[in-house]
Design a binder for this molecule. Sequence first.
Ligand code: ZN
Length: 393
Amino acid sequence: MSAVQFRPWAPFPHAETLSHFYILKYQLLLATPSSSIYWQNQKSGARLRSFNMDIRELIQKLPKTDLHCHLDGSLRVHTVYELAQELGLPISNLNLDELEQQLVCGKKVESLPDFLKAFKITSAVMLTEKALTRIAYELVEDAFRENVRYLEIRYYPGWMTQNGLTHEKVILAVQSGIDQAKEKYDIEVGVILCAIRIFSPQESEKIAHLAVDMKKYGIVGFDLVHAERGNPAKNHRKAFDIASKGGLGITVHAGEDEASWSIEDAIDYCHAQRIGHGRTLVEDQKLIQKVVQKQIFIESCPSSNVQIGLTPDFQSHPIKTLLEQGVAVTLNTDNRLLTGINVSDEYVRCYELLQMNPEQLKQIALHGFQASFLADERKKILIAQVQEQMNNL
Ligand SMILES: [Zn+2]
């Protein structure tokens, strides 16, 4: 793996941090070259060839959630293009197609530098309040257009402070975009603040306090992201205590690039109500029983796992197996731009590549609403509404 070379594209302090995470993931990718075949098939349009239009219509009409969606991986290409032009970034000499080639990594995941460059490009245009408001607004609008009725957007605010914004200003700017979109569209939106596994536990505690203090500005949850290997979630348990006592929902990225012990750690030490990815849960029957018994939800992001090479292809993803074993799985995008998907695409792939039936798709959609970090009363009303809509599909 020493052949993997990476030179930071831009001088942001977090560039190395991002690269560390994806180098770890990429090492797994190199061991599973079949993932590139999957993406070649996507590119050639194979995924739509045998698709039943009735199901496509059902998926559009199905009230959906997207609970695991990173703000910095879910911008519109055109917006990145315009913001890069305004800022005069080095990439501003690219035309829209060239920029898209650099950002939508799913089409050419063989190149780690390309993948890292995509995150650095999006980070570079997310450093002003105006940009953050626009990006958040557009993400909510995009989700609404595919009939996502409840969206949770997550991010680590520290990534957006490189040009002097405070964490609080970042949160308010993002919320302003969400509020503007909610005025126009019938959609509920919550925000999850993320802490970073490879940062100090003190930094995580700072983010947890911030999340609790800023609850009235739409923050509903707390998460821990980044490479699991060598960075157990329990090192950050104090931050989770703060967030949990402060009334926030708890989710933890776990079982994405590490074995099932990482999921169990998140449950046993970090108050996890939901698990981000939870891909390796399928390897541990005893833990599956525990997850079912404790009613813990799994935020599956299949295409993201395939793209990074953690799962060889979509057909090998464990989401259907877990669902059939009684696990409350949900379906999510992770990074809409970088993976080149929306949540409807994920439902299409579950139908076509995993042969899920419409009832299973509805079950997954319902789990999303049940798993939401909305206040209980509001959640109850929303679930009643969407259940009625689902019964009519
Ligand atoms: Zn994620």
